[in-house]
Design a protein. Structure first.
Length: 344
């Protein structure tokens, strides 16, 4: 692990050197973005939607197959950093001791019911009034009954909703809520275009639906991501998921980190790594890097197996997000950023 950490630190040197060269050439042009956090975050949010939509129109199946292998584990790490460590929930031992086994079972058995159990345990342990917790438990039970009625569609519905949770977290995290408006408007417009058929000429063309060596067969995505059995609507749902998932990754890997930190300007790769190691310890980021490399290496022999393995691992984080947001709502706590933690 020590050798890997040293290698990572050495890799930061050429990356920061390249970054310095780019800034030297574009510094004057990009000065407003570099100096103003709100402007930078707003532009990055809007660009993330535009780029995600362009990629989905070009190759939706490739986006769905490859993106999770490259960005999936880093986004799980960000999830833990900002929703657990930044909120100091890891210090509540009873909460960790009872919720973690539920999340682990959600991974091992791939059942939404275990994720719901994690949320219900969190509700019971919330520092809130009996009435508030009783109402939250009633909502959980209603959600469980609805999931039972939906059957296999319940997991698909939750997968779509989970992608949207990141946008809600970003809005709540933003220092200035208005900066998220352009991205939200663009995302809504892209969603309407996808489901209205305005983009069918892109997402339904044979080249977009061909699997190829690095993309899975479209039928596999339709079975796991579509809420409709109609062939055209099925592809629209799959394309929408690809769009929302790409934005979901962008929120956790770039937008929330930008809004979180105390420093207004941009941060070097070296400083970003040290901040990550400060929050999570030196070994967890290294383990995440090795895990990502492992999934990518596995994909060289079987991209479907690698993708399925990642998503099996990631089954815990959707319920984790719901549990944390529920806890914070019950306890009437705002999301804690870097400066609020440093001030403690």
């Amino acid at each position: 692990m020590v050798l890997v950490q040293q290698l990572v630190l050495r890799l930061m040197v050429p990356l920061d050197a390249a970054r310095g060269m780019v800034l030297q050439q574009t510094g004057r042009t990009l000065a407003p973005l570099l100096r103003q956090r709100s402007l930078r975050v707003g532009v990055l949010g809007a660009l993330s939607v535009v780029v995600a939509l362009a990629l989905v129109c070009a190759a939706p199946l490739l986006v769905l197959t490859v993106t999770p292998l490259l960005l999936g584990v880093p986004h799980l790490l960000s999830d833990l950093r900002y929703l657990v460590v930044r909120q100091q929930l890891h210090e509540r031992r009873l909460l960790v001791a009872l919720v973690v086994p539920c999340l682990a079972l959600a991974v091992l058995e791939a059942q939404l019911s275990w994720g719901l159990c994690a949320v219900m345990v969190t509700v019971l342990l919330a520092r809130a009034s009996v009435t508030s917790r009783a109402l939250a438990l009633a909502v959980c039970l209603a959600a469980g009954l609805l999931a039972h009625q939906l059957g296999p569609k319940a997991a698909i519905t939750f997968a779509h909703v989970h992608n949207l949770i990141a946008l809600a977290v970003w809005v709540l995290w933003s220092r200035e809520r208005r900066v998220a408006a352009p991205a939200l408007v663009l995302f809504l417009a892209a969603t309407v275009m996808l489901f209205s058929g305005a983009l069918d000429s892109f997402v339904l063309r044979p080249a977009a639906l061909s699997s190829g060596p690095w993309a899975l067969d479209p039928n596999s995505f339709v079975q796991t991501l579509s809420l409709s059995d109609h062939p055209i609507w099925a592809i629209r749902f799959v394309s929408f998921f690809a769009l929302a998932q790409s934005i979901h990754y962008g929120v956790w890997l770039k937008l929330i980190p930008e809004d979180d930190r105390t420093r207004v300007g941009i941060r070097s790769f070296h400083a970003s790594y040290h901040a990550l190691a400060r929050d999570l310890g030196p070994w967890l980021p290294i383990a995440a890097l090795l895990l990502t490399l492992g999934f990518c290496t596995c994909a060289c022999w079987g991209v479907g197996v690698a993708r399925d393995a990642y998503f099996r691992l990631a089954l815990f984080h959707g319920p984790l997000e719901v549990a944390v947001l529920t806890l914070l709502a019950l306890e009437r706590r705002a999301l804690r950023r870097e400066d609020s933690v440093s001030a403690d």
